[in-house]
Design a protein around this ligand. Structure first.
Ligand SMILES: [Zn+2]
Length: 391
């Protein structure tokens, strides 16, 4: 016999199933924000910026981890007629300028939502575990503990098949948020340089894929690094799947650079127009101003030979001559252990600001153009106290 109570429970379970089908809502609400397992763009409200938390693998002790996700959708039909842009920040937990850029970008989109012609998905903090520890990597506490660079494990491994936490997190972002690229036409991943160093506004661009160079130029960066990419990074995984993407580096880790944040937001203004996500007030495509941009193929880092204390003698964007003194490494007495010299004429891309140094860590990083290094046709990164081999 079907009772009123059982009918009610059948109705409730049907309703729950229908709601669950909608963008795979879990039914949980966190800080007033719905928790999802899966993003279906059709189910996201149009003409709005909507917030979700994407549930990703839990950590030791069963603590849940949730990634904040913004989704800006224009008018309903623009889901199919407009472009889809992805913005991600702080996959390295100490790299924070991109967090503010993402927040500010969605504030702007909220104000201009009626003009939005397409979809923008944003993750302001890709690595909350790293944010919690205020350092770069994802920490898993099993055994004695492991640090995983989340930006080397994309597109990840399936948690349902027993993936480790960071690999499973990458998998869920890649598949359940970005739809294995079906939710993304262009990807922008926001970083800074690593803790203890300083660099200007720069971009990694694998210009072998069409439109990547255009994106990089629209940034009008201080340095444009022509680069073959890093396997497992968000940028290179997108590029490998044919999705134009760049890695934007916004100043230093743990240092709020308002000037670079503003320049990156200006870049998004230009990119949104270039992708026709927002209307243009010009009939001509924007011509980037690259008069202050250095474009190079080689990043060449200069490792210290000794542990000690390093004093850098140059500033970022300085032009240096071959043989010029770059940094002094001293021991605890103040005796000079080595003077690091530029092995080649170059521009200073990055300097160490943390005086503490260990052998093999970079005291500075140069940029220049050369195809002399092996496998540098599409750009390369080398670490050496020697100059490039003779051609
Ligand atoms: Zn980074």
């Amino acid at each position: 016999m079907i009772t009123y109570t059982s009918l009610t429970s059948i109705f409730l379970s049907l309703t729950t199933a229908l709601v669950a089908a909608q963008t795979n809502l879990t039914g949980d609400i966190l800080h007033g924000v719905p928790v999802i397992n899966y993003l279906s763009l059709e189910d996201v409200p149009s003409n709005a910026v909507t917030r979700y938390y994407l549930r990703v693998p839990s950590v030791n002790g069963g603590w849940d981890v949730h990634l904040p996700v913004f989704v800006a959708r224009g008018a309903p039909e623009t889901l199919s007629t407009g472009k889809k842009l992805s913005v991600s920040a702080s996959i390295h937990g100490d790299e924070l300028n991109g967090v503010r850029v993402t927040q500010r970008l969605f504030e702007k989109l909220e104000h201009e939502i009626d003009s939005l012609n397409g979809t923008v998905i944003g993750i302001p903090t890709v690595n909350p575990v790293g944010n919690y520890l205020n350092q770069r990597n994802y920490f898993t506490a099993g055994n004695t503990g492991f640090f995983t660079n989340l930006n080397r494990v994309f597109p990840g491994d399936d948690p349902a098949e027993g993936a480790l936490g960071p690999n499973g997190q990458a998998y869920l972002i890649w598949n359940n948020l970005w739809g294995n690229t079906s939710n993304v036409d262009v990807g922008i991943d926001l970083h800074t340089t690593s803790t203890g160093s300083e660099a200007p506004l720069y971009v990694y661009a694998d210009i072998r894929l069409p439109y990547v160079e255009r994106i990089a130029n629209l940034l009008q960066p201080d340095i444009l690094k022509i680069d073959a990419g890093e396997p497992g990074s968000i940028e290179t995984t997108f590029v490998d799947y044919g999705i134009p993407a760049v890695t934007v580096e916004i100043g230093s880790a743990k240092v709020w650079r308002k000037d670079y944040i503003e320049r990156t937001l200006d870049f998004f203004d230009r990119l949104l127009v270039d992708l026709a996500l927002l209307p243009s007030n010009s009939s001509e495509p924007y011509t980037p101003d690259l008069s202050e941009t250095y474009i190079g193929t080689v990043f060449h880092s200069l490792p210290a030979l000794y542990g000690g204390f390093v004093e850098t003698l140059v500033n970022v964007l300085d032009d240096v001559d071959q043989g010029q003194d770059i940094a002094i490494v001293r021991n605890a007495w103040g005796d000079i252990l080595e003077i690091v010299k530029a092995p080649v004429a170059a521009k200073i891309h990055e300097i160490r600001t943390d005086p503490s140094i260990e052998p093999g860590r970079d005291v500075a990083n140069l940029i220049y153009n050369s195809t002399a290094w092996p496998d540098c046709e599409a750009g390369c990164i080398v670490s050496s106290r020697k100059g490039p081999p003779a051609q």
